[in-house]
Design a protein around this ligand. Structure first.
Ligand SMILES: Cc1cc2nc3c(=O)[nH]c(=O)nc-3n(C[C@H](O)[C@H](O)[C@H](O)COP(=O)(O)O)c2cc1C
Length: 185
């Protein structure tokens, strides 16, 4: 079975991201078509990038990097759950991406964004970043609106259409994740 990591990109206390990531994980697991796991950046305690060698060298000094590397290496594909912070992704997510290189290569990813405009700008940035680490990003994405999919900007109540959009994202992530697995041997 394909392994799909659902990466929660926000780390701040009281983040809306937790409810969104659980929604993604719960709907994904119900499909029964892959192994899905929630990856919460808060569980990895990554500091600002503190490796002396660039990630492409794969020479990691620190235990936190080795642990993060082993986790990401185990997956075939990812769903990034990201808010939009100042028209981009949270710094913590960019930092977590920068720590690794080969672990991302030749894998697929899809997106669930949330923000005033569904985090569309953040996801566009994320697509550019992921291209550089060799991740193939699927066309479909979920764009959750802070105005329409949350009550009082905090209680997550996705509108009916969002589940269907998530299904399309997961369908594509699985198809490309499977195809790229053959490339990695
Ligand atoms: C530092 C910061 C910058 C933000 N900038 C944007 C933005 O540029 N566009 C947007 O749509 N929402 C923006 N927001 C609103 C967030 O999308 C919204 O608060 C979301 O819930 C944040 O995700 P989190 O609760 O998981 O941290 C920003 C929020 C924060 C904390």
């Amino acid at each position: 079975m394909i392994k799909v990591g659902i990466i929660l990109g926000s780390t701040r206390p009281g983040r809306n991201g937790e409810a969104v990531a659980h929604w993604v994980r719960d709907l994904a697991v119900k499909r029964g078509d892959a192994e899905y796991e929630l990856i919460d950046l808060n569980d990895y305690g990554l500091p600002n990038l503190d490796e002396a060698s660039v990630a492409a060298m794969g020479r990691y000094e620190h235990e936190h990097t080795k642990r993060w590397s082993a986790k990401i290496d185990a997956f075939d594909a990812f769903v990034f759950v990201t808010p939009e912070y100042n028209h981009s992704v949270p710094g913590a997510l960019k930092n977590a991406l920068d720590f690794l290189y080969a672990e991302w290569n030749d894998k697929a990813a899809g997106f669930v964004g949330y923000g005033i405009d569904g985090a569309a700008r953040a996801v566009e940035h994320l697509r550019q970043i992921l291209a550089q680490v060799g991740v193939a990003t699927v066309a479909q994405q979920v764009t959750l609106s802070i105005h329409h999919d949350f009550e009082n900007f905090t209680a997550f109540k996705p509108t009916a259409a969002q589940e269907g959009r998530l299904t399309l994202v997961l369908d594509q992530v699985l198809a490309w994740g499977g195809a790229l697995r053959t490339l990695r041997g």
